[in-house]
Design a binder for this molecule. Structure first.
Ligand SMILES: [Zn+2]
Ligand SMILES: [Zn+2]
Length: 276
C-alpha cells in the first residue's frame, strides 16, 4: 500500500494536521457521523463541486503569497476577518457570485490554459482583484481573543478550549434562533449588555455553519461580548429574567465552567418556578 505521506515525503502527522478532522478535541470533542461539524463552514459537496459558500478567502493573503494557498483556518466559522491583513474575508466571486471552489479549476479543462488557483472556477475572474474591505478594529480584537483560545487549546481556568467553544456556539444559537425562549433571551441579553436590540438577525433558523459570513460576524461579536460581561459582573447586578432553561437543553451536562452562569441566567425564570 502506498501512503500519501511516503509519496510526498512528508511526516504523516503533518498531513493529519492539515485535515479538518484535526479540529477534533480543540473546537469540539467528538466528530459525529452525521450533521454539521461544529465550527467548520459547510461547503455542500455535490459530486465534484460545492454548492454552499463555505470556503472563505482573504484576498490580500492570496495576492501576496509567492505561491497562493488556501489556509485551513479560513473554513472556521469564527474566522470572518483576516487577522494578518485586517480585512474582511469574502466567500463568493464578486463577479458571478459563485462559491469559491479552487480545485474545480483543474477539472475537465482540456485546453492549454492552466487556470490559477485564485481564479473563479465559473467565470475565471481572478479573485485577488476583488475589492477589499477593512475590518472593524473592535470586531477584530474580539475575534482574535477567540482564535487565541483555539490556538492555545485551553482558556484560563477552563482547561479545554472545546468546553469554551461549546458554550460560545450555544450562545450564538440563542442570539439567532427564532424560538420564543430565545426571543426572551435576546431581549434580556441586549438589556444586560446595554445595547439596543437590533432588528431580527434573520428568519428561519438554519445551521450555524451555513449562515452568511456577515451574519456570523455580528453573532460572534455579540456572543463574545455577552460571555465576557457575564464573566465580569457579580451575581447581584445581573438582570436576566424571563429566560427558560431550555435554551441550554442541548447540553447534558452543561460545561462545568458555565454551569453557575447558566443557572443564574437561564434557570431563574420566575414564570417557570418549580418546573425544573
Ligand atoms: Zn490576509
Ligand atoms: Zn465568477
Amino acid at each position: 500500500m502506498i501512503r500519501i505521506s511516503d509519496v510526498l515525503e512528508v511526516n504523516l502527522s503533518k498531513i493529519q494536521n492539515m485535515l479538518l478532522s484535526s479540529f477534533e478535541g480543540t473546537l469540539y470533542f467528538k466528530q459525529k457521523g452525521f450533521g454539521a461539524t461544529p465550527w467548520v463552514r459547510k461547503v455542500g459537496v455535490y459530486h465534484r463541486t460545492r454548492k454552499i459558500k463555505g470556503q472563505a478567502i482573504c484576498v490580500s493573503c492570496l495576492k501576496n503569497d509567492p505561491v497562493p494557498y488556501f489556509r485551513q483556518i479560513w473554513r472556521l466559522n469564527f474566522y470572518t476577518d483576516c487577522e494578518s491583513c485586517r480585512v474582511k474575508m469574502i466567500q463568493e466571486c464578486p463577479v458571478c457570485n459563485s462559491p469559491i471552489v479552487f480545485f474545480r479549476n483543474y477539472i475537465g479543462k482540456f485546453d492549454n490554459l492552466i487556470p490559477r488557483i485564485t481564479q473563479c472556477h465559473n467565470c475565471r475572474f481572478d479573485l485577488v482583484k476583488a475589492r477589499k474591505e477593512r475590518s472593524s478594529v473592535i470586531h477584530l480584537s474580539k475575534q482574535m481573543e477567540i482564535s487565541n483560545i483555539y490556538r492555545a487549546g485551553f482558556v484560563n481556568n477552563i482547561q479545554y478550549s472545546a468546553l469554551y467553544f461549546d458554550v460560545l456556539r450555544q450562545i450564538m444559537y440563542c442570539f439567532r434562533s427564532v424560538y420564543s425562549n430565545s426571543k426572551l433571551f435576546r431581549q434580556s441579553a441586549y438589556k444586560f449588555l446595554n445595547w439596543e436590540e437590533p432588528e431580527s438577525f434573520g428568519s428561519r433558523f438554519s445551521s450555524m455553519e451555513v449562515l452568511p459570513i456577515h451574519e456570523i460576524r455580528r453573532l460572534i461579536y455579540v456572543s463574545k461580548c455577552f460571555l465576557d460581561k457575564l464573566d465580569s459582573v457579580n451575581y447581584s447586578s445581573l438582570q436576566l429574567t424571563g429566560i427558560s432553561s431550555s435554551v441550554f437543553r442541548d447540553f447534558d451536562p452543561i460545561p462545568y465552567w458555565f454551569e453557575k452562569n447558566a443557572k443564574r441566567c437561564f434557570y431563574q425564570n420566575p414564570h417557570l418556578k418549580g418546573s425544573g
